[in-house]
Design a binder for this molecule. Structure first.
Ligand code: NDP
Length: 288
């Protein structure tokens, strides 16, 4: 063994249930290889049952993991086991990324930040002063809407099927940010204002294998002045975006958001900036 050899493993990964089909490992490990970090750094898909989450976090501390992603069903339940929360993650009440600061475990949420970076870098759009419409009010919508509101969006209209989740996101925005907010019940063929700047599908409609499904809205409301976004990363070309495209709107797919939220977590863990092109290519190679 040479004197300067260092074979210590630096561990990150994801806690979830199930995790077998979670593809984040593919894009993160591709970025490790690209930056020559692959001798030491490892991303692990770790199956953790809901009742074992607390002990899993204790294990994370004792094995000195550099960080972890959280996916279903742990994004909310992990909160009491962490030392500190980033202000946006605290507002959302959900954590998708944990990073270490010394001995402390800090809860972050990179989903909404990934969406913002995709809006800024790929669509060239500054959210400040913009009018935004969200279809959906689940975990992804909460993260994206809060980041937009904190970034100075003028107004957010939430269209959601269940009134409870729609009203809850509406209240969260109203009570914690200076952004105007409103909830509209989702009826079949629902319309939205023609002066909307950004329309976001933040529902699971169109996710593989239901690739032909499309949100039940009035598509005549979409104009060429709008940026239309979808959270669905697989497949990224959804019927929702296809209609928006045909109506002349600029479109943003969910693959970009997925790559950027991973790239932000990667930088939090390693301190290095990964290539989003390398990460995207790796994901595209495994998606249907
Ligand atoms: P949740 O289960 O928390 O929320 C799902 C949302 O979709 C709810 O608002 C639900 O409405 C709505 N919905 C589902 N089916 C329908 C339907 N047929 N008609 C109307 N509304 C519907 O899921 P998440 O928010 O965590 O995830 C949503 C999607 O976002 C998933 O497909 C996920 O893969 C994707 N995602 C993508 C990310 C990325 O980086 N690209 C990151 C995170 C998530 P209701 O409240 O009425 O049930």
């Amino acid at each position: 063994m040479s004197e300067d050899a260092n074979y210590k493993s630096e561990l990150v990964g994801v806690f979830g249930h199930p995790v077998a089909e979670n593809p984040t490992i593919v894009m993160i490990e591709a970025a490790f290889r690209d930056l020559n970090l692959n001798l030491n750094w490892r991303y692990l898909n770790i199956e953790v049952l809901p009742e074992d989450l607390q002990t899993a976090v204790v294990g994370l501390r004792s094995m000195q993991f550099k960080g972890i992603n959280l996916t279903i069903p742990h994004k909310v339940n992990v909160l009491p086991f962490l030392d500190r929360l980033a202000p946006d993650a605290k507002l959302m009440g959900a954590v998708n990324t944990v990073r270490r600061e010394g001995d402390l475990l800090i809860g972050e949420n990179t989903d909404g930040k990934g969406f913002l970076r995709s809006l800024r870098d790929d669509a060239g759009l500054d959210p400040s002063g913009k009018r935004v419409v969200f279809l959906g009010a689940g975990g992804a919508a909460r993260a994206m809407a809060i980041e937009l509101a904190l970034s100075g969006a003028e107004s957010i209209l939430i269209i959601n099927r269940s009134a409870e989740r729609g009203e809850s996101l509406n209240r969260l925005i109203k009570e914690n940010t200076s952004c105007e907010s409103e909830y509209l019940p989702w009826v079949s063929g629902v319309s939205f204002p023609s002066d909307t700047d950004v329309l976001v599908n933040a529902t699971s409609i169109g996710l593989f294998p239901n690739v032909t499904e499309k949100a039940d809205i009035n598509y005549d409301c979409i104009s060429r002045d709008m940026v239309v976004c979808d959270v669905i990363p697989n497949p990224p070309k959804t019927p929702f975006l296809a209609v928006a495209n045909a109506r002349g709107a600029r479109t943003l797919d969910g693959l970009g958001m997925l790559v950027y939220q991973g790239a932000i977590a990667f930088r939090m863990w390693t301190g290095q900036e990964p290539s989003v092109e390398v990460m995207k290519e790796a994901l595209e190679s495994v998606f249907q």
